[in-house]
Write a protein that binds this ligand. Structure first.
Ligand SMILES: Nc1ncnc2c1ncn2[C@@H]1O[C@H](COP(=O)(O)OP(=O)(O)OP(=O)(O)O)[C@@H](O)[C@H]1O
Ligand SMILES: [Mg+2]
Length: 410
């Protein structure tokens, strides 16, 4: 009767697959048609099959589920959807034995299933089993702020540059999925693959320290840069699970990883029924979840301060950024009164209970000069007021996050 096939295929493809299996000349036969993952796992545990043919978007089909199928001696043949390539990537990362990209061709699925069964190699372990140990545990600092361009990128870049001056190995990651520009701000002209390539390797379970180091070139002494998306519409390439793995490996590469993030914290609606769907804000939310400290930046004008107050509330509501340092950027008397520092400090204390915000002056001459040259402030205007404030911020950040860093972890 051949090897039993557990079929958990959704939609119109199912009957074609069943037909093709039954037409395999007795080498395969469908032993159970499963409506969902629970049924599939039950059938696998009951020893009803040697191979499972599954839709890549089967609900809750994750690394654990694939591992469970393997434990039951069931090989996993997943059906990818060419219009949603990230599904195939995810299933590969989860350890599926093979992902067939064209579900319409049922005979190809049967051939792949037979190929997997004929292969002498044991079921592939999920790539997690081969994850590289991280030998030191650097810290992660996310720079986040609400909409309105308060200066997240400016701060992330210059905070990273100042931490490097303080003699720490620093990795700067551009994780803004709405338009990463860190490479341009730092005058890196070649379009290196950066974060997207690191995320791809993470998804395939092959991201190790040498790979991350290769993808993140040194742009200043002790400062590496993992560039962002060259095109904003490529955001599905940076899913949450890959971002998490990139940041985990980053802890092994640098004493401090500074992450420039997007502004938006909303979970896409689609998540309510498909927890595996890619989400545009996943990289930002993951960075905030993983961060040991979040630098929350707001603009010093009245609108910016109000947005900052709301943003701090949003972070709290979302259970994010328990450890935070608040920065108010572009402080100037023209929008905050003759004593802008006092006005902003009083507003933040009153409306957000924040009493220790770092204030960075509006310093157009210095910041523009650095932008024009594609350099860090410390290189172009080392004595400028903005640079002095960011340097002080770096000292504070280092004192907060580096005490517990460098602890070896498994
Ligand atoms: N302290 C400052 N003084 C003068 N100009 C500044 C200062 N901080 C930031 N800028 C300028 O303000 C603009 C916005 O800053 P930046 O790009 O860092 O904001 P952002 O929050 O990352 O915005 P986006 O939403 O585009 O990612 C830039 O032109 C930057 O050079
Ligand atoms: Mg930015």
């Amino acid at each position: 009767m051949g090897v039993g096939v557990l079929c958990a295929v959704q939609g119109a493809a199912e009957s074609a697959i069943v037909q093709a299996v039954e037409g395999s000349g007795g080498r395969l036969s469908v032993t159970r048609r499963c409506a969902d993952l629970t049924e599939l796992l039950a059938a696998a545990e009951a020893g009803l099959g040697g191979v499972a043919v599954v839709s890549a978007d089967l609900d809750r089909l994750d690394r654990e589920a694939v591992a469970e199928l393997h434990r039951c001696g069931v090989r996993v043949v997943a059906l990818g959807d060419p219009t949603r390539p990230w599904l195939a990537e995810r299933l590969t990362a989860h350890g599926a034995d093979v992902v067939v990209e064209v579900p319409a061709d049922a005979d190809a699925v049967v051939r792949e299933a037979l190929g997997v069964l004929a292969g002498a190699a044991p079921a592939r372990p999920a790539p997690e089993a081969g994850r590289q140990p991280v030998l030191r545990r650097g810290a992660t600092v996310a720079v986040w702020g609400p909409t309105g361009a308060p200066g997240r990128t400016f701060l992330a870049v210059n905070l990273a540059a100042e931490l490097a001056v303080l003699d720490h190995d620093v990795l700067l990651v551009d994780a803004d999925t709405y338009g990463g520009v860190v490479a341009q701000v730092l005058g890196v002209l070649d379009e290196s693959p950066g974060l997207a390539a690191a995320a791809r390797a993470a998804g395939q379970g092959t991201l190790d320290l040498p790979t991350l180091a290769r993808l993140a070139p040194v742009v200043l002494p002790r400062l590496r840069l993992l560039t962002g998306l060259s095109r904003a519409d490529r955001w599905p390439e940076i899913p949450a699970s890959s971002t998490e793995e990139v940041l985990r490996v980053a802890r092994g590469l640098a004493d401090v990883t500074v992450v420039d993030t997007g502004f938006c914290l909303e979970q896409d609606e689609v998540l309510s029924y498909d927890t595996h769907a890619p989400a545009r804000n996943a990289a930002t939310i993951t960075a905030l979840e993983q961060a040991d400290l979040v630098v929350v930046v707001g603009a010093a004008d009245p609108v910016g301060v109000q947005r900052l107050v709301r943003a701090l509330g949003e972070l709290t509501d979302a259970g994010l950024a328990a450890d935070r340092t608040v920065v108010v950027n572009r402080l100037r008397p023209t929008v905050a009164g003759v004593r802008p520092a006092d006005a902003v400090t009083a507003a933040l204390a009153r409306y957000a209970g924040v009493r220790d915000a770092v204030l960075v002056p509006d310093d157009r001459a210095a910041v523009d000069a650095a932008l024009l040259e594609g350099r860090a402030l410390r290189e172009i205007a080392p004595g400028s007021p903005a640079r002095r404030s960011v340097a002080a911020l770096a000292e504070r950040v280092a004192a907060r996050v580096l005490a517990e860093a460098r602890v070896p972890v498994a």
